[in-house]
Design a protein around this ligand. Structure first.
Ligand code: SF4
Ligand code: SF4
Length: 454
């Protein structure tokens, strides 16, 4: 099946429309004064337009990680210099070379890996190395503020500002891994995690009389029901929602104090997050002997962005169907598809290992590299299958980071990125052995080398 057919089928399942050959409206020559949608008036070909889009999306992911790095006081000249060059290359009539845009995407992936590594280092320097931590998912009696987005710095400042106020702080979605950092979990009023991935905000925030702080991308336009008790900080902005400047949380605290108290309600599950590279690699010798004894057959990295489309069900089906002699590492909000499952352990090695936020993909890379070294094989020879879900541009930047690091055979889903046409997909398949997700059991069988999967 071609990538276009695969994408068309999944998009129809999810009620989406067919795609255009290209969409470029960046200059006054745009066809019909609107957009070039089949070929550019300037001669730009659809694949080139799509590669420009691909680079634009990838560098937005780099910018997001770089922004959070700057929040922690780290500025990196190599990242900034590359971003300037990459943004300029997408300006009208600068660069008509498809090959160059593929090279730039790979370079963006390398730079993104640098940004993720620096961000991880900065998080550890600021808050200590995370360790496996159990997190409650219910409410405790009292008033509260829930924090969504990705900024650990904003959360830290809020925790400081709310200490001894009687207000409890909850995390949502990608803020879950915050509970595992010593410098954040030391605050006793950081009491738990509510909800799942980013897209349950309207239901979650309507259902709890709680103040809300959005700290980054993946905030949703609020319902009227909670607009007055929602605030943003950093790069997040929402219409008619108050914005916090300079970490002065007093208006947010005032609103939180004016709300009725939440009642105590136990959550349905207790989540475990915060496996650092050293927490996992501390088990390296044990993992090696379990592999040698045939008790661990395969590792999976199943993670990325969640989205509300129907075909995301794949990821839960996939993890549920994995045999008991496999280990699953995960990260980012895609994990909320399955992190309530109790997968147990293999002689003390947990079968479900939550490495953290999306930028913690670099932790997965480090773990995979160390395991490959322990087994005396290359990264691509490790019994490891990567199954990525993408929703927006940070996931795309992570995909290009993995490709830039030479990782092959990644399974990508639940739909192909819509700006990738058959020409681009052909290159990704030929050079990087990218596979598109199909049926969960078929993909598992293929990964595990079961003969009848073919
Ligand atoms: S840059 Fe080229 S493809 Fe884009 S709108 Fe202008 S003429 Fe059309
Ligand atoms: S992992 Fe992706 S989809 Fe999820 S909150 Fe982060 S950026 Fe958004």
């Amino acid at each position: 099946m071609s990538s276009a057919q695969w994408t068309d089928d999944k998009r129809k399942d999810d009620g989406m429309k067919d795609e255009l050959d290209m969409f470029c409206n960046q200059c006054s020559q745009a066809a019909h004064g609107e957009a070039c949608t089949t070929i550019g008036v300037c001669g730009k070909q659809p694949t080139l337009a799509r590669l420009q889009d691909n680079l634009s999306y990838t560098i937005k992911g780099v910018a997001a990680f770089s922004y959070h790095l700057r929040e922690l006081g780290v500025v990196n000249e190599e990242i900034d210099t590359f971003l300037t060059k990459a943004v300029y290359s997408t300006l009208t009539n600068v660069n008509f070379s498809s090959e160059d845009f593929i090279a730039l995407a790979l370079e963006a992936g390398r730079i993104n890996a640098l940004a993720m590594r620096l961000l991880k280092d900065a998080h550890i320097e600021a808050y200590g190395e995370p360790g496996p931590t159990k997190v409650q998912t219910g409410t405790v009696a009292g008033r509260g503020i829930i924090v969504t987005g990705h900024s650990l710095k904003a959360l830290e400042e809020l925790l400081k500002a709310t200490e001894d106020t009687g207000i409890n702080i909850y995390t949502h979605s990608e803020m879950l891994p915050a509970h595992a950092y010593p410098g954040l979990k030391k605050y006793k009023h950081l009491v738990g995690n509510l909800g799942k991935a980013w897209f349950d905000q309207k239901q979650l925030f309507s259902g709890h009389e709680i103040a809300v702080l959005g700290t980054s991308n993946c905030v949703l336009l609020p319902l009227e029901k909670y607009r007055d008790r929602m605030f943003t900080i950093g790069s997040a902005r929402l219409p008619d929602v108050k914005h916090i400047e300079g970490y002065d949380f007093s208006p947010l605290i005032e609103v939180a104090k004016s709300l009725p108290e939440l009642t105590e309600m136990a959550g349905e599950v207790e989540l475990t997050t915060g496996f650092s590279a050293s927490a996992v690699l501390g088990l390296k010798d044990k993992i090696k002997s379990l592999v040698d004894e045939g008790k661990i057959r395969h590792f999976f990295l199943v993670g990325g962005c969640d989205s509300p489309i129907k075909s995301m069900d794949y990821y839960r089906q996939f993890v549920k169907a994995l045999p008991n002699d496999t280990i699953v590492m995960t990260l980012a909000c895609g994990k909320f598809r399955f992190n309530d499952l109790d997968l147990g352990d293999i002689e003390g090695v947990p079968r479900l290992i939550d490495l953290g936020q999306c930028n913690d993909a670099i932790v997965a890379v480090d773990i995979a590299g160390a395991l490959a070294e322990a087994f005396g094989v290359s990264l691509n020879e490790l019994p490891l299958t990567i199954v990525l879900s993408w929703m927006e541009q940070k996931a795309v930047s992570i995909l290009w980071s993995l490709l830039a690091l030479g990782v092959k055979g990644i399974h990508l889903g639940p739909v192909a990125p819509p700006w990738v046409n058959d020409d681009i997909m052909a290159v990704l398949i030929k050079e990087y052995d990218i596979r598109l997700t199909s049926e969960a059991q078929l993909d598992i069988d293929e990964a595990l080398g079961v003969a009848n999967a073919l």
